[in-house]
Design a protein around this ligand. Structure first.
Ligand code: NAP
Length: 291
């Protein structure tokens, strides 16, 4: 990659950010298509100053936004699409000549991951485990775009869960939205839902003290299961679901699809998803062998 006076800059901002795989994914895509872009990672504390700088720099085209800035960034942006306005959290910024446009690609990325796996979401009963930022983005996108029959969200902290449920019900009064708690037995819920989306960090490397208590025996070939966790590449939930004939979608598929949407927004080109996926899987399998 030759960097010159025309090189466009994209970056991920967060704190911490050194673990991010986004530079690898996006730089791979720029290289494959021969685009004059480069993608860096910036640890940011002062978000307002960061965005002022971005606005002022002509060649600064786009941002990925990660923890802890996804919610705070909203107030510094000039425009948001309608779902992002409802979610109140953005993971992507596009700089259109100094105008900063925010969007959230996690929801659409997840929809695309299901489409790629051949799973229809329309009219389905969808069960989310977790009530954090990622589940919020995906649940809003599902309610907005795929007409599910029912959405059920299982959380841990009552206030956070109830806030999410009341925001969803307020914005989508015609969608059936239920909730429950991860600490309770949720066998019958697994049986009565078609799509299961695991959105807690349980199962992630470094979280071995936390257990999901998932009733694996209730899974069958009518289920489709997505685990947002992608370190390790295949979680216990994914392995158990596959054993029982369910369609399984690993967390890297969501990550790649949402990155692909960002890539297209910044460059106008279709993302080379296969090469992006391959680079990500090689990096993750290397880090697996090292740990
Ligand atoms: P978050 O905002 O911190 O939310 C995490 C959720 O999990 C919260 O509801 C939290 O409950 C719950 N939780 C955490 N530990 C738990 C435990 N031991 N038992 C029960 N519930 C627990 O995080 P996030 O941004 O939504 O991310 C969630 C996961 O998805 C992370 O592993 C992240 O890496 C992954 N993710 C993947 C992608 C992808 O592209 N594949 C994208 C985004 C996120 P409380 O509310 O009680 O804290």
């Amino acid at each position: 990659m030759d960097i010159d006076v025309n090189t466009q800059l994209c970056a991920v901002i967060g704190n911490p950010v050194r673990h991010s795989l986004s530079p690898l994914i996006h730089n791979t895509a720029f290289r494959v298509l021969g685009l004059n872009y480069v993608y860096l990672a910036f640890e940011v504390e002062d978000l307002e100053a960061c965005l002022k700088g971005m606005r002022a720099l002509g060649g600064f085209r786009g941002l990925s936004v990660t923890i802890p800035h996804k919610e705070n960034i909203i107030k510094y942006l000039d425009e948001l699409d309608s779902v992002t306005q409802k979610i109140k959290s953005a993971n992507t910024v596009i700089n259109e000549n100094g105008k900063l446009i925010g969007t959230n690609t996690d929801g659409e990325g997840t929809i695309r991951a299901f489409e790629r796996a051949g799973v229809k979401l329309e009219g389905k009963n969808i069960l989310f485990l977790g009530a954090g930022g990622a589940v919020r983005a995906v649940a809003f996108a599902f309610a907005d775009k795929v007409s599910p029959q029912k959405i059920t969200i299982l959380g841990r902290t009552p206030e956070r869960l109830q806030k999410l449920i009341s925001d969803l019900r307020l914005n989508f009064p015609y969608t059936v939205i239920n909730y429950g708690f991860l600490s309770k037995d949720y066998k019958t819920l697994v049986e009565s839902h078609d799509i299961i989306i695991q959105g807690t960090p349980i199962g992630m490397e470094g979280h071995s003290e936390d257990v999901l208590n998932f009733p694996f025996e209730c899974l069958n070939s009518n289920h489709a299961v997505l685990d947002m966790v992608y370190r390790p590449l295949e979680t216990e939930l994914i392995k158990e679901a596959r054993k029982r004939g369910a369609v399984t979608i690993v967390g890297t598929e969501m990550l790649i699809e949402q990155a692909g949407i960002q890539f297209e927004l910044w460059t106008g080109y279709k993302p080379p998803l296969n090469e992006m996926r391959k680079a990500l899987e090689i990096a993750l399998s290397k880090s697996n062998t090292q740990s």
